[in-house]
Design a protein around this ligand. Structure first.
Ligand code: ATP
Ligand code: MG
Length: 599
């Protein structure tokens, strides 16, 4: 049979999903009123996510493309760093969680459920238990170590306050990795490899971020870092020194220790009436003193394990400082947990209601812990343990014994001296998108997970764990990159890199033809392009793509085409320029590549 010879196209035909009419685009003019932060509002308006319940969202196709790009970058760099991907169950038997005690300890954040036989299960909030169980079965010899196993998968945490859309969801996607090593030195090498891989990952997203030292919990050591995307709406305060590489989260950050010497007393001890002034700020105002001359009294309690009487502690902080609860938890006697004392306990020991408390004239002795700044103060002001009364001119050693315990117990404030002596500390807000953590043998010991070492003896695995908030990251990217029109995605994680907007495609064959040819050319060059063939009016079409934040737009219309040209516009700068149609594909491909390489 005779066949007509076809022109052989060197470019592949666009798949239907690269056309807007066959994709699912559902933008909204207004965001629901309960969306508080810009990323949540914009993602809802752009139809990227859809709320199904509190903290539970469907990723709509446009949003899922972003999540998939984030996951792909993470996967590539994890593999490059030698980690191995696997997938553990989302629903996990409770027995493993009972081995580590976390079935109880995790409290209401852990979603527990039962099967038809009444057996307990959890929905994974993280997977240390299951991965450690795998290790104790599969990694029997030191010859199999080191190993780093990871997954990219749904997690569920019944957060107390799910909010801000993807930022703090209940169901979310996390990359979680777990390293297994022979000894602490090797585990620290695995940790260092992850620290480096995380920098490679976050560099590729094209976001401004900071790696900050974080608290590593009870096991000590400094091997914990958070990766924070800088954004004013961030939930975390991060502390850094602009002149050095010192950076830590607020829980961990320390100021330089105060001068060792305390000024000599100048004042005599005196009582002052402070009617109704139950806060340091009010007292300082009444006495016309700086807040830093006042001392606030916080009453804490630790309970013995046997149900006996609690120990009551008086923590003294400068009036202008705030308590750091993580630092308190590290005090000797506080490791097993602590709480704020009840009003009854306070009255029993101080003979007074909160608001006028102090360390002098107690009814029953308490353990006094002074923040190290308070320990070097002279002539200070505190409560007199009598309603509406304070003491002035208080001095250690003279009016009360030297403090039994002195420790750093406060949050740093802007302007404090950096602990490395390189200048004042600054504070900015961040969104935690990643966290790496050296665990030691905590899980291996709890679960009796051992391997046979070279000497033939069983040893517990040294572990590390490494998380990335795959679905929090897009929200963080938007918080950092948006304007009044919508999102401005960095190239690497944009849902599409280029959108082609034809004007009057239904009327003009020239437009139709040029737009399709350009789409084919971009796709053939490996550019992630989409053709908006929905037939929307130009204004509505442009507004949609500005909202969705596609970084490059090419407009194809009869007017420019008559001169052999199309119009290009960059989303971020808004800069527009004409391009010859014949060169548009190559030019845009190059612009996409250049922007990607710049990050
Ligand atoms: P946060 O302090 O924000 O609750 P976390 O310390 O509980 O975080 P990890 O257990 O270290 O978090 O989890 C690893 C990563 O998972 C975090 O760095 C964060 O990016 C992400 N993540 C944690 N909780 C949520 C959540 N509720 N919604 C979305 N992402 C989350
Ligand atoms: Mg949490």
């Amino acid at each position: 049979m005779h066949r007509k010879r076809r022109v052989c196209r060197s470019t592949p035909k666009a798949s239907p999903s690269m056309k807007a009419s066959q994709f699912l685009i559902s933008t909204l003019k207004e965001a629901p009123a309960d969306a508080e932060v810009v990323s949540h509002r914009l993602m809802l308006r752009a139809g990227m996510i859809k709320r199904l319940g509190s903290g539970i969202y469907t990723f709509m196709p446009m949003g899922w493309r972003v999540v998939q790009k984030v996951a792909a970058i993470v996967r590539q760099e994890m593999n490059r760093a030698g980690a191995i991907e696997l997938s553990m169950p989302v629903v996990q038997p409770a027995e493993l969680w009972q081995e580590t005690g976390r079935f109880q300890k995790m409290g209401p954040e852990l979603l527990r459920l039962q099967d038809r036989h009444g057996r307990d299960f959890v929905v994974q909030p993280t997977s240390e238990e299951v991965v450690t169980d795998i290790a104790r079965q599969e990694l029997r010899s030191y010859r199999q170590l080191p190993k780093n196993l990871y997954q990219i998968q749904s997690k569920f945490r019944d957060e107390r306050r799910p909010r801000f859309g993807l930022m703090r969801g209940r169901e979310f996607v996390m990359k979680d990795a777990y390293s297994f090593d022979r000894d602490a030195a090797a585990a620290q090498q695995s940790y260092a490899a992850m620290a480096q891989a995380y920098r490679a990952i976050f560099d590729r997203f094209g976001l401004r971020y900071r790696a900050v030292a974080a608290d590593s919990g009870a096991i000590g050591g400094d091997l914990s870092e958070e990766f924070q995307v800088i954004a004013a709406t961030g939930e975390d305060a991060i502390v850094y020194c602009p002149n050095s590489d010192y950076a830590a989260n607020m829980e961990k950050a320390q100021a330089a220790a105060p001068a060792a010497t305390r000024p000599a007393p100048q004042q005599t001890l005196a009582e002052v009436d402070t009617p109704g002034n139950s806060t340091c700020a009010a007292v300082a105002k009444q006495l016309d003193l700086p807040l830093s001359r006042t001392v606030k009294s916080l009453v804490l309690a630790t309970d013995p394990g046997d149900g006996g009487e609690a120990t009551v502690w008086l923590v003294l902080l400068r009036g202008d400082h705030d308590l750091n609860e993580v630092k308190v938890g590290k005090l000797a006697g506080f490791e097993a947990g602590w709480r704020f004392a009840s009003v009854a306990e306070i009255e029993q020991h101080f003979g007074c209601k909160p608001g006028y408390l102090g360390p002098i004239g107690l009814r029953q002795p308490v353990q006094v812990v002074a923040d190290r700044e308070v320990a070097v103060m002279a002539d200070w002001v505190c409560g007199a343990n009598r309603i509406d009364t304070h003491l002035c001119g208080v001095n250690w050693g003279r009016d009360l014994p030297e403090p039994a315990h002195v420790a750093d117990l406060r949050n740093v404030v802007e302007g404090d001296a950096s602990p490395d002596g390189r200048g004042p500390l600054r504070i900015e807000r961040g969104i935690e998108v990643g966290h790496i953590f050296y665990l030691g043998t905590k899980y291996a010991t709890a679960m009796n997970a051992t391997f046979l070492d070279e000497d033939g003896k069983p040893k517990p695995f040294e572990m590390g764990c490494y998380g990335i908030g795959i679905t929090r990251l897009p929200a963080a990217a938007i918080e950092q990159n948006h304007d009044d029109k919508g999102m401005m995605w960095p190239e690497a994680i944009a849902p599409f890199e280029v959108v082609i907007c034809p004007i009057g495609m239904d009327r003009s064959e020239a437009v139709r033809d040029a737009a399709h040819r350009l789409l084919d050319e971009l796709l053939a060059a490996g550019v992630d392009a989409l053709l908006d063939d929905r037939g929307e009016r130009p204004g509505a079409m442009f507004a949609d793509w500005e909202l969705i934040g596609v970084p490059h737009r090419v407009t194809v219309g009869d007017r420019a085409l008559a001169e052999g040209e199309v119009e290009y516009q960059a989303r971020r700068t808004g800069a527009a320029q004409r391009l010859p149609l014949s060169q548009a594909g190559a030019w845009v491909t190059q612009a996409v590549g250049a922007a990607k390489n710049a990050t």
